[in-house]
Design a protein around this ligand. Structure first.
Ligand code: ZN
Length: 189
């Protein structure tokens, strides 16, 4: 019989039940206020295999990050300075190719995202992109610029990304697989 994985239950005014694994390896079940505990447990049990696999990956990534070492504030500052000119250049280039405009470009260290695009067209990029391959940086740049056409992740948005970078799925996959290892190198708060 499968053992019930350890998890923390968080109830809120939501409609559906969802599992989440935090970067530190905590399993959180998010459930509607009145859902029975039996139903929640059955769900967690059903997902036990997925939880174990995901936890193993998170732990491995944290281990790798620990080996690679935490970055200091100075390291991050240096990464930011180093990455900024290249990212500006790529934004300029791809914006022209896509026929879109943009506002300010900011680089910061962020724990959860690689880039963002505001409604007004200001772009922000994670300075840890300095540690990612150039083709992955291009993917993040194109992704954010395509939000100038589609402020969502609809099929129409992904079609725009695919026009600029037909092989974007592989680049996105790299970020999915290796991104957490990079993010884990940020100093603890
Ligand atoms: Zn997006």
């Amino acid at each position: 019989m499968t053992e019930l994985p350890e998890y923390t239950l968080v109830r809120s005014r939501r409609r559906t039940l969802a599992l989440e694994i935090t970067p530190s390896g905590q399993v959180i079940a998010r459930a509607p206020l009145k859902m029975s505990r039996a139903r929640i447990q059955a769900f967690v049990l059903e997902k036990a295999g997925w939880i174990r696999a995901h936890l193993a990956r998170v732990r491995r990534q944290n281990q790798l990050a620990a080996q690679a070492g935490k970055l200091t504030a100075e390291d991050i500052q240096a990464l930011r300075k180093g990455a900024e000119p290249g990212i500006r250049e790529r934004v300029h280039l791809f914006a022209k190719a896509l026929g879109v405009t943009y506002g300010k470009i900011t680089l910061r260290s962020q724990r959860t995202r690689w880039g963002s695009c505001s409604a007004g067209g200001n772009l922000s990029f994670n300075c840890l992109l300095a540690l990612a391959p150039p083709e992955v940086v291009d993917y993040v740049v194109v992704h954010e610029l395509c939000h100038r056409k589609q402020m969502n992740h609809s099929p129409a948005f992904w079609r725009e990304v695919a026009v600029a970078l037909p092989d974007y799925p592989a680049r996105r996959e790299w970020l999915k697989m290796n991104g957490p290892t990079l993010l884990a190198r940020l100093p603890d708060e």
